[in-house]
Design a protein around this ligand. Structure first.
Ligand SMILES: NC(=O)c1ccc[n+]([C@@H]2O[C@H](COP(=O)([O-])OP(=O)(O)OC[C@H]3O[C@@H](n4cnc5c(N)ncnc54)[C@H](OP(=O)(O)O)[C@@H]3O)[C@@H](O)[C@H]2O)c1
Length: 290
């Protein structure tokens, strides 16, 4: 496919504006629509065509990008547009759940559209740089046809035909991110209870987290093999003492231990099941209900 294409972007919040901007900057013909029309002004000044209605935005291009707050917003935006969808490739980059993805994929499929779901692993300023990566799943031929266009946003990872793959992987990656940020915030609050400012604590917490990230390949190996008891260096019995100390010390220091309590509960569940000599990677089995 040639590089310059016609594409519509529906939803011009922080992310939709970045996506449309990247498409304009790479020479594509871009049509935009937003519920609040004023949000299209800056993009129109950069060369985008402004659609007056959603129907007009969809009619303008074969590939339509959706980037809205949530799936109810997508449903509200696409309601009553059945006939307009035939032959279109809809790329929905809105954060959502697998049940929501299944429902919209089925509905748009019945309306004759090709559906791609996506998860954006980037912030708006990262769009169009090599640091952004975007997960896609759904109609394979639609992805292959739009691949060059979608590469405008960053690295594309097509995960497979099941349309829910991107959304679940997106939520999984965000879960890792919130775990990291939540842990950092809890740590900084606890260190702050004895007088450290966040900036003073940063030179300790940043290299510590970087060092701990190197454990992930070993954890992945253990998780896939189920061998949490092999070559144990930091057993769960020992680690659970530290985890419970974190919860108790947080409380006595006036810090809400809510972020750490679930991991304490899961570690105790695993200990009670007799896995105290295992590596802490085995906590995943407690998460899986085993
Ligand atoms: N920003 C990020 O860092 C980031 C990163 C990765 C993924 N994402 C994903 O990108 C998507 C959009 O995020 P954003 O940051 O662009 O959010 P945002 O700045 O809050 O913009 C939300 C967009 O949704 C529209 N919208 C909300 N409810 C609507 C409705 N009922 N009908 C029609 N339009 C509606 C808004 O229109 P109005 O202007 O009319 O309110 C606006 O265009 C989300 O799913 C988010 O998870 C964002």
């Amino acid at each position: 496919m040639s590089k310059a294409k016609s594409i519509s972007v529906i939803g011009l919040g922080a992310m939709g504006t970045a996506l449309a901007g990247a498409l304009i900057d790479t020479g594509n013909t871009v049509t935009v629509w937003n519920r609040t029309p004023a949000r299209a002004d800056a993009l129109a000044a950069r060369g985008a065509s402004r659609a007056e209605t959603v129907t007009e935005a969809i009619a303008a291009s074969d590939v339509v990008i959706l980037c809205l707050t949530d799936y109810p917003a997508v449903d509200a935006t696409l309601a009553d547009l059945g006939a307009a969808m035939a032959g279109k490739t809809i790329v929905n980059l809105t954060n959502g759940r697998p049940d929501e993805v299944r429902a919209i994929a089925a509905r748009l499929g019945e309306q004759g559209a090709r559906y791609l779901d996506g998860g954006i692993m980037a912030t708006p300023p990262m769009i169009g740089t090599p640091h952004a990566f975007i997960l896609y799943s759904g109609d394979r031929a639609a992805f292959e046809d739009a691949e060059a266009l979608l590469a405008t946003f960053g690295q594309s990872h097509y995960l497979g035909e099941d349309p829910t793959l991107a959304a679940v992987s997106d939520l999984a990656l965000l879960s890792a991110m919130y775990g990291l940020f939540g842990g950092y915030l809890h740590a900084t609050a606890l260190a702050g209870s004895v007088g450290f400012t966040a900036k003073q604590f940063l030179p300790l917490v940043e290299p510590w987290l970087a060092a701990m990230m190197t454990a992930l390949p070993d954890y992945a190996e253990r998780i896939d093999s189920g061998e949490h008891a092999r070559d144990v260096m930091s057993n769960l019995q020992m680690q659970s003492v530290a985890i419970s100390n974190i919860v108790a010390a947080s409380r006595s220091q006036g810090i809400d231990p809510a972020f750490m309590e679930p991991i304490e509960r899961l570690a105790k569940k695993r200990l009670a099941a007799g896995f105290g000599n295992d590596e802490a990677s085995g906590i995943i089995e407690a998460m899986r209900g085993k």
